[in-house]
Ligand binder design. Sequence first.
Ligand SMILES: Nc1ncnc2c1ncn2[C@@H]1O[C@H](COP(=O)(O)OP(=O)(O)OP(=O)(O)O)[C@@H](O)[C@H]1O
Ligand SMILES: [Mg+2]
Length: 509
Amino acid sequence: MNSDSLLVAKGISKGFPGVKALSNVDFSLRKGEIHSLMGENGAGKSTLIKVLTGILKKDQGQIYLENSLISPASAEEAKRLGISTVYQEVNLCENLSVAENIYIGREPKKNGRIDWKEMYRKAEVLLKEKLNIEIDVKRTLSSYSTAIQQMTAIAKAVDTSSGVLILDEPTSSLDKSEVQKLFEVMKNLKSRGMGIIFVSHFLDQVFEISDRITVLRNGQLIGEYQTSLLTRNELVSKMIGKEWIEPLLSQKKHAANISKKNFLMVKGLEKKGSMNPVHLSIKKGEVLGLAGLLGSGRTETAKLLFGIDASDNGTLVIENEKIHSMNPKLAIEKGLGFCPEDRKTEGIVGELTIRENMMLALQSKRGIFNYIPLKEQKKIAEKYIKLLNIKTPDMEEKIENLSGGNQQKVILSRWLATNPSLLIMDEPTRGVDIGSKLEIRKLILDLAAEGVSILFISAELEEVAACCDRVIVLRDRYQIGQLEGEKISVKNILELISEGAGVVESVHD
Ligand SMILES: Nc1ncnc2c1ncn2[C@@H]1O[C@H](COP(=O)(O)OP(=O)(O)OP(=O)(O)O)[C@@H](O)[C@H]1O
Ligand SMILES: [Mg+2]
């Protein structure tokens, strides 16, 4: 073993019923390095991390920390050994405050009691200094967006890390500026000799931040590489096991076949304290993007349209029919679908199978007394497992046993299965690997060509620019501008966000 070896795993194997998640995998992390773990959805990345941190029991293999054999039996034990982890699905307590989540089990004390004032102060300083976010740390975690929840988990791990920091897709819902802040923190820890394991499906990030890359495919080790000696195409080729040449992500040409008719129109829809008046329309076959930074009101707008949040003002018209009080059930009846950003709390029903999870929205659309015949269910499930390349031994597998990216694909299938007239997609490619991401983008364009309207939300502005016919820009929960056709570019979106036109007072067309 190398003298600067920090965390070394040898011959790790782990199986689940019907799946060999890891087969004889070696992995080695050095002191003072950032090491990316790469592979397609279901390749075994999170499983390896859970084995290293004692959440899963390995079937075979050894783990060494600074040349000593370790065998952590729980995440707490791993933490005591100096290994802090941000797991792929944020596993904090939604009902506790941000500050409590960060300091749970190590609360500052005064005279034997929890010193709340000190805890809030420390949490504020930590978030501000390390990650440059200023929020009310007394509020419950559940009242914040997925991105803030992710930042909280990162802050906590960074604060408790001593030797090894493991980050499993920490940036999946963050914007560029937050990612840069996190990278600064990572570089700083690295310079102090820490070893960091980083997992991300954003190739740009992997190439920017990592010193070395280990690739897994189907639970097998493919190799360990010096990042500077690898190209993007080589990396993806190793991940998928065949030659890959990245297609150019050209900007979408304004589709000629967009109907003149609006499918949906909204005037002054608002929810006080959550979203200021929104004015927008979506035509049949149009892909409309919502762009903005964290907290700009993208998800809030989507929730108003779908009736998850009740609006307290404004009008909503769908195919010339005025909808007085929108709710999700009515939205589904009217042909809307809503693929939510947070698959864990708003999406998956862990106890149900993949097939059952895929049927939920369609069943609701048809009515609960109109049971979808099993044969039809199986046909639908088969179709989407194939279309979206969902990695599973069986459609009767519980969804909670799928890897994160594959769960995301099941949720997307659930809404596709309803054949919606308008599909709202809030971060549909979150945690999805590069190959499937391109498939989903293609699917969006195909759906639009068939006349489906799409409301598309993504923190990846390149993706917004590549998919949308028109983009509405939001900032601080205000609608501030719009870009159309040729004008849509990452640069122009960013410019609008930073300069900001005035608040949009009414719908343009
Ligand atoms: N608890 C479990 N029960 C059964 N199978 C499981 C379980 N956990 C993981 N698997 C399977 O093990 C394989 C590896 O999953 P893992 O979560 O490690 O993938 P991953 O590389 O992290 O993928 P992603 O990029 O989607 O997060 C997958 O086929 C998954 O379905
Ligand atoms: Mg994973």
